[in-house]
Design a protein around this ligand. Structure first.
Ligand code: GDP
Ligand code: IMO
Ligand code: MG
Length: 422
């Protein structure tokens, strides 16, 4: 495949950064197509760990061309901080149609979360929801306006007047136009040289047969349309959103690799039927270092849930799976896998649209024997212990998608290709 989407199949943090970085060794271009710095993608190689939030995971490889596409929302301050941390030379293009996250978006995100009280979504407080809301309401600011100083000034002045009225109603501190304008016009100057029509660029690249990876943020269960609404993010991480979010034809996307954690995690609020508590959850959280890359929050832990994975296969499309963090399950005697749910006495194999119904779903499990051998140095599928192979085979059987690769540790070289997919 020459144009492959890296999609998170669960609630995010499946290891998309690691898989993108690994596959990028064979790519010409890496494209981030949605979300903003709510994402936290970890890449580890040569003994160093990098946390990327806005920049595509090809940024650390000087041979790769990186694109931040129109579907993204970009916080200019976070952008400047992040590029300043990249010490090597890099290639980057930013879509002139991407939207800009401004300080009032962060304030509104916090204010609305506070207003929801115990029913909050548990957002990352990065202003993502309010920025996409403004985009849909047609009062957002595109990158093309942001980098044009006069237009930015005029637009920001009007917007701050409106947003201050909203913040006042919410009893939230108000914002000062001059302070924001003076700070952000400096960021605009840093961003400007990277800005272009990235749809044009990508279509030309495809015409010259470049190999492209589309790197999703979040996971399909956080999709605004197909996720566990309202406990979702405000964009679509599905492979099917790539054409819209990048400006290419749908038939130019050749396939998707679904990055799937060998168990389940979730940060933020909302139902998670296969969630577990107690010592085993603590063990998995500790061994897997399951703390948010963006917010540092402890991640909720659960057994692998194949109902959500079949849902992801349907609504996004998955050609292969990349099963990650398999090593974290080493030493657990029995591994459970959720195969369906019981809702009000009826067995179902789907995610109900109503969140109250999803909350009442009780998972039904099968149990697989675990393994105790250290697998962190495994170099091929054949090297895996018998029970680890059986666990992977069961996943393939239950989801109906072949395993393209798997991973046994955070480092780039702890990734094993099973199929020649890219
Ligand atoms: P992303 O948001 O999908 O890119 O995932 P994150 O980077 O937020 O979270 C994945 C975490 O798991 C990071 O700390 C990675 O370094 C780590 N990781 C990725 N693959 C593996 C693996 O196979 N084994 C272990 N132990 N850690 C992994
Ligand atoms: P990566 O790309 C995990 C979650 C938040 C919250 C919900 C809405 O690293 O996998 P938002 O700030 O987007 O409005 O929050 O979505 N969330 C993520 N959870 N990984 C992410 O990104 C996430 N991005 C957002 O915790 O529940
Ligand atoms: Mg993450």
């Amino acid at each position: 495949m020459r144009r492959l989407v890296v999609v998170g199949t669960q609630w995010g943090d499946e290891g998309k950064g690691k898989i993108t970085d690994f596959l990028a060794l064979h790519a010409d271009i890496v494209v981030r197509y949605q979300g903003g710095n709510n994402a936290g993608h970890t890449v580890v190689f040569d003994g160093k760990k990098y946390s990327l939030h806005l920049l595509p995971s090809g940024i650390l490889n000087p041979k790769i061309h990186n694109v931040m596409a129109n579907g993204m929302v970009i916080n200019p301050k976070a952008f400047v901080e992040e590029i300043n941390k990249v010490s090597t030379k890099f290639n980057l293009l930013i879509s002139d149609r991407a939207h800009v996250v401004l300080p009032y978006h962060l304030e509104l995100d916090k204010a609305y979360e506070a207003l929801k009280g115990s029913k909050n979504i548990g957002t990352t407080h990065k202003g993502i929801g309010p920025t996409y809301t403004d985009k849909s309401s047609r009062i957002g600011m595109r990158v093309s306006t942001f980098i044009h100083e006069e237009r930015f000034e005029q637009s920001l002045r009007e917007l701050i007047r409106e947003k201050n009225a909203e913040l006042k109603l919410l009893n939230h501190p108000l914002l000062d136009f001059d302070a924001i304008f003076n700070e952000y016009k400096v960021y605009a100057k840093v961003m400007a040289p990277y800005v272009t029509d990235t749809s044009l660029y990508l279509n030309l690249a495809i015409e010259s047969d470049k190999k492209i990876l589309f790197e999703g943020a979040q996971g399909v269960l956080l999709c605004l349309d197909h996720g566990t609404y309202p406990f979702v993010t405000s964009s679509s991480p599905t492979a099917s959103s790539v054409p819209l979010n990048t400006g290419i034809a749908p038939w130019l996307v050749e396939g998707a690799i679904g990055v799937t954690k060998a168990y389940t995690t979730r940060v933020g609020s909302g139902p998670m039927p296969s969630e577990i508590h107690g010592d085993l959850a603590t063990q998995i959280r500790t061994v897997g270092n399951e703390f948010g890359t963006t917010t540092g929050r402890p991640r909720r832990i659960g057994w692998l849930d194949t109902v959500i994975l079949r849902h992801t296969k349907r609504v996004s499309g998955l050609s292969y799976l990349a099963v990650t963090l398999l090593d974290v399950l080493t030493g657990i005697d029995e591994l459970k896998i959720a195969v369906n749910y019981t809702l009000d006495g009826v067995i179902i194999d789907r995610i109900p649209a109503e969140i109250e119904d999803f909350e009442r779903c009780v998972p039904n499990y099968i149990t697989m024997p675990g393994w105790s051998e250290d697998i962190t140095g495994v170099k091929s599928y054949e090297d895996l212990p018998f029970n680890a192979k059986k666990y992977l085979e069961k996943i393939v059987e239950l989801i109906g998608v072949p395993i393209g690769m798997f991973s046994v540790g955070p480092d780039r070289n702890q990734t094993i290709m099973v199929k020649d997919i890219f």
